[in-house]
Design a binder for this molecule. Structure first.
Ligand code: SF4
Length: 92
């Protein structure tokens, strides 16, 4: 079975108005932040027309990649979603 098929079985519950990851406002992104537009497996990060990086957390798999790359330098704030929200993994 392909990973895409597995991922399709997962459900995501949006915690409206309370995103668990926030990008710090910036004029231009750091190299790490920009890299997330390529690296995030859920494609949550996008570069907008102004060259800034934005996040839509819907579908985030909580893989932690962006946390490792961008939390310590302050590019993002990262928290686990509140209980019952976020990715609901379903196996099998
Ligand atoms: Fe993407 Fe992983 Fe960060 Fe979620 S935790 S936004 S899936 S890189």
């Amino acid at each position: 079975e392909r990973i895409e098929d597995k991922l399709y079985q997962n459900r995501y519950l949006v915690d409206t108005g309370r995103p668990h990851i926030k990008v710090r406002p910036h004029l231009s992104p750091s190299p790490n932040l920009l890299a997330l537009t390529q690296i995030c497996p859920a494609k949550c990060y996008e570069e907008n027309d102004a060259g800034q990086v934005e996040i839509v957390v819907d579908g985030c798999m909580e893989c932690g990649t962006c946390r490792v790359l961008c939390e310590a330098n302050g590019d993002i704030e990262w928290n686990y979603p509140r209980g019952g929200f976020g990715i609901l993994f379903k196996f099998g």
